[in-house]
Design a binder for this molecule. Structure first.
Ligand SMILES: [Zn+2]
Length: 341
């Protein structure tokens, strides 16, 4: 039987309950995840409006339903948020964060430039309060941190209009492989994953909470979106998934405790290391199949006709846009062909 950690199992339970109770409005689902130490840890999931708030650790929550999954770390320094959801949900996300804590929001960290990850930047940053001394007339909201290419992607080529208002753009950029912060009593590593889903992806590792926020490098609802036009590659995607597997620690040697590192995907349910390893293996197997078919001289259409995603299509595939199974196969193909040339 497949092992899942207690928190992710609880999410599914709560989602099932929420589905039944949606007409009732606000819902609170309280569960207890028994740990092997005999200690019981309460995990609380609340559903207000269309957003679900799930407490994963005493100081760490996840908000689902606003576009991308949103991570919320809380402590004496204030609140650090990873990903902001879509623009239309911005105010609802701010309300959800304020429902968890009255502490000021200090940082938003963007894992990529996708609209469902950065759209809420403006609302969340405005609702926050900077950690730094600023001039009286300067913006006093939360900082928005990203890898530098996220700003490139959110801006626009000269003469064109940006799809995002300037108030939603990142205010703090980095270009090195690792950016770190030490806030709320723990190290926070923001790790650039070159050329994975796009050229601006980061995963964010909260070292003490033992939570990794993976962004769209990991998407349990579908095949990973390799955005070749924005610098994504299949090799970088697999490298990023390997990095997640290497960083996370499963519940060993006492498997029954169902503890271990929690990995929050860009979309879908919370994972443990084994879940990420299975996803990595799936992507690697499909990459290998397509690479072999390219070597054998098949065209893209011929490769599509062999169903290189077989065995996984029902679980992760889609016949429709955005990101159909054909889109995924095509992206892997293009990425491999470009690499060869
Ligand atoms: Zn996404």
């Amino acid at each position: 039987m497949r092992r899942v950690n207690a928190a992710s199992r609880l999410i599914r339970t709560c989602l099932a309950v929420a589905a039944c109770a949606v007409a009732v409005g606000a819902l609170v689902c309280v569960g207890e995840a028994r740990r092997g130490t005999g200690r019981q840890q309460n995990t609380v999931s609340s559903n207000t409006g269309n957003l679900e708030v799930l407490q994963l650790r005493p100081n760490f929550s996840m908000i689902a339903g606003a576009g991308a999954n949103i991570a919320v770390q809380i402590g004496d320094d204030g609140v650090v948020v990873v990903d902001a959801g879509s623009a239309v949900k911005g105010e609802a996300v701010v309300a959800a964060i304020k429902g968890i804590t009255a502490r000021p929001i200090r940082y938003v960290i963007d894992t990529s430039a996708d609209p469902d990850h950065v759209g809420g930047n403006e609302a969340i940053a405005k609702a926050g309060q900077t950690l730094f001394m600023v001039a009286p007339d300067a913006f006093r909201g939360a900082s928005v941190l990203s890898f530098e290419t996220v700003l490139t992607r959110m801006g626009a080529p000269t003469g064109e209009r940006s799809p995002f208002p300037a108030a939603a753009w990142p205010t703090e950029l980095f270009h090195q492989p690792r950016k770190y912060l030490y806030l709320n009593g723990e190290g926070i590593e923001v790790l650039h994953q070159p050329a994975a889903h796009t050229d601006g992806d980061v995963v964010v590792f909260f070292r003490r909470s033992d939570v990794i926020v993976a962004g769209d490098v990991l998407d349990t609802t579908r095949f990973p979106k390799i955005d070749v036009a924005r610098g994504g590659t299949i090799q970088g995607e697999i490298a990023a998934l390997n990095r997640l597997v290497d960083t996370a620690i499963p519940s060993v040697p006492i498997v029954s405790r169902e503890e271990g590192t929690l990995v929050i995907p860009g979309h879908g349910r919370v994972c443990d290391q084994l879940d990420v390893a299975e996803y990595r293996d799936m992507v690697t197997i499909i990459r290998d199949r397509i690479r072999d078919l390219i070597k054998a001289g098949l065209t893209l259409d011929q490769i599509k006709a062999t169903s290189p995603t077989r065995g996984y299509t029902r679980r992760y595939g889609s016949d429709t846009a955005p990101w159909s199974t054909n889109d995924f196969v095509e992206a892997v193909y293009q990425s491999l062909v470009r690499e060869k040339s």
